[in-house]
Ligand binder design. Structure first.
Ligand code: SF4
Ligand code: SF4
Length: 67
């Protein structure tokens, strides 16, 4: 099991991370950040394999992966 953390203030809600996550466990949160975007969040962290594809895809370097 691994865990990701999204920095909600860096995230612009493009959801590229969600699109490329092989486990499909990232979705938009329902809380706006200060720039008016819905930042990504991880759901079902028990399914995360720590591949870090999400972090690599993020154009804003908003994701950290912890294994
Ligand atoms: S790819 Fe980065 S900026 Fe885009 S939604 Fe995911 S965390 Fe946010
Ligand atoms: S580390 Fe891999 S499995 Fe985990 S949320 Fe990111 S893309 Fe998905």
């Amino acid at each position: 099991m691994a865990k990701i953390e999204v920095d909600p203030e860096r995230c612009k809600g493009c959801l590229l991370c969600a699109e490329f996550c092989p486990k499909k466990i990232i979705k938009a949160s329902d809380t706006l950040n200060s720039k008016g975007y819905y930042p990504a969040m991880q759901i079902e962290p028990e399914k995360c394999i720590g591949c870090a594809i999400c972090a690599k895809m993020c154009p804003d370097v908003a994701i950290s992966v912890f294994k």
